[in-house]
Design a protein around this ligand. Structure first.
Ligand SMILES: Cc1cc2nc3c(=O)[nH]c(=O)nc-3n(C[C@H](O)[C@H](O)[C@H](O)COP(=O)(O)OP(=O)(O)OC[C@H]3O[C@@H](n4cnc5c(N)ncnc54)[C@H](O)[C@@H]3O)c2cc1C
Length: 300
């Protein structure tokens, strides 16, 4: 069977796109490997009407609503290869060996966070090691916060985090923070700790403090980091999509309608935009789903 659309990635962006296509009575198949980016967090925050709900619950509920539409299929699995076919459409090969075909393809495959290699950090990701204050800052409001310096932009990040509570900037051995910026941060009450980190301590997944290589323990409730990112899958690369350099890693280049540089291939969500959260990924998916439907109608 050839679908009107294949959607790879069944999370905030992919399910939102597929909903638009389902409601347009188009045949759509969603393929999902079941690893949304925020799966490490017990609760997602800030999503309209769903604040504090577990990410899995949100996704399960959205998928159940989508599967109520008769033209939708869902396949749990990983799309390993994607290629243009001889009829102007696209073919996916899944890890199960299953082959799927469609006239149009949407990549909603997200990104993977590449965390700093510090003992005890990975185990606390999404609980007491965080990246987004809007997602998880409120829960640590007024508590002892830290920011791990990575790039000069960390000096901007730390001023933001300090709005949630007393904050320490851990330079972790970096020496490129200039004196004027350091003075500006200290004037705002931000402590600066130059020593390298040895590891994070406390009963998992909580954080009690950061152990420095000189032996001191700095008490801390949450540490904010800014991980670099890589694509959630290699499918865009396989298809020859162009990429842009995002602030934290590559992003699939799209136009305003979420069409990639490859005709017929759309991309949405964290994989294809700089501003990344669940709401924005969902909205991006809606845009892509509508644009993809209209390209089916108008043959563009
Ligand atoms: C720790 C943490 C906490 C967060 N908390 C919040 C929060 O509280 N509020 C908020 O708004 N945002 C939060 N975010 C951000 C949010 O998780 C992302 O913005 C959102 O998940 C992006 O949605 P997406 O659909 O683009 O990608 P994802 O949710 O990452 O989904 C991509 C999907 O594609 C699948 N996939 C990838 N490759 C393939 C393939 N080849 N074949 C099949 N399937 C594939 C994956 O398995 C996954 O299910 C958080 C992020 C992190 C890291």
């Amino acid at each position: 069977m050839q679908f009107d659309a294949l959607v790879v990635g069944g999370s905030f962006a992919g399910l939102s796109a597929a909903m638009q296509l389902a409601r347009a009575r188009r045949s759509v198949c969603v393929v999902d490997a079941g690893a949304p980016r925020n799966r490490f967090a017990a609760a997602a925050h800030g999503f309209f009407g769903q604040d504090g709900v577990a990410p899995r619950t949100m996704i399960d509920q959205a998928r159940a609503k989508l599967l109520a539409y008769p033209s939708v299929q869902f396949v749990a699995g990983t799309a390993q290869t994607a290629a243009a076919d001889a009829n102007g459409g696209f073919a996916l090969a899944l890890d199960s060996g299953q082959q799927l075909r469609a006239r149009k393809l949407l990549l909603a495959t997200g990104v993977q966070d590449v965390l700093p290699d510090i003992p005890g950090l990975r185990e606390r990701w999404g609980a007491s090691v965080l990246h987004c204050p809007y997602c998880h800052g409120y829960e640590f409001g007024g508590q002892a916060l830290g920011v791990l310096y990575a790039v000069p932009g960390s000096a901007h990040h730390v001023q933001l985090i300090a709005d949630w509570g007393p904050t320490t900037l851990f330079l972790n051995g970096h020496t490129d923070l200039d004196a004027a910026t350091a003075a500006q941060l200290q004037a705002k009450g931000i402590a600066i700790e130059p020593a390298p980190l040895q590891g994070l301590e406390g009963p998992l997944p909580q954080l009690a403090g950061v152990r420095l290589t000189d032996g001191r323990l700095v008490p801390l409730d949450a540490l904010f980091v800014a991980p670099t990112q890589r694509m959630g899958s290699s499918l865009a690369e396989q298809l020859g999509c162009a990429f842009d350099a995002g602030p934290m890693g590559p992003l699939i280049r799209t136009d305003a309608s979420k069409l990639s540089s490859v005709p017929g291939v759309y991309a949405a969500g964290d994989a294809a935009q700089t501003a990344q959260n669940a709401t924005l990924a969902s909205a991006d998916g809606v845009m892509a789903g509508v644009a993809l439907h209209q390209s089916l109608v108008f043959g563009t």
